[in-house]
Design a protein around this ligand. Structure first.
Ligand SMILES: [Zn+2]
Length: 118
């Protein structure tokens, strides 16, 4: 695939006529079988687009999500965002699930949130 490397590569813009598409017709995820240099798994969200103006169909990368050691990095349209706290909380929830008895006490949860200084 010969592709001209442009400075701005927006998967939402038709490569033929430049019409901006609001959203992909279909999205799916590709999970990289090999972790990256930091041991993270990369999930690529692909999208298939169809131009409402000229009818051209193309595929593009909508976003990339890197998941690894206590952190999730979401890369969408050139912007990077790291989500660390959320993952931490999720793994805490998972640990709690492994226990025999799960008691949910809203007061306790609220206290925990306050303690974290969110
Ligand atoms: Zn077009």
């Amino acid at each position: 695939m010969a592709r001209k490397s442009k400075k701005k590569k927006d998967p939402f813009v038709c490569p033929k006529c430049g019409t901006r598409v609001s959203e992909p017709k279909k999205t799916w995820q590709l999970v990289s079988p090999l972790p990256d240099s930091k041991g993270r798994i990369t999930v690529t969200v692909m999208g298939s687009f169809e131009c409402p103006n000229c009818g051209y169909k193309w595929r593009g990368v909508v976003s990339k999500i890197k998941i690894g050691n206590d952190e999730v990095e979401v890369e969408a349209r050139g912007k990077k965002k790291e989500i660390k706290d959320e993952v931490k909380r999720k793994s805490e929830v998972q640990e709690a699930r492994e226990g025999e008895v799960i008691e949910l006490d809203l007061d306790e949860i609220e206290k925990e949130f306050e303690g974290e200084g969110v």
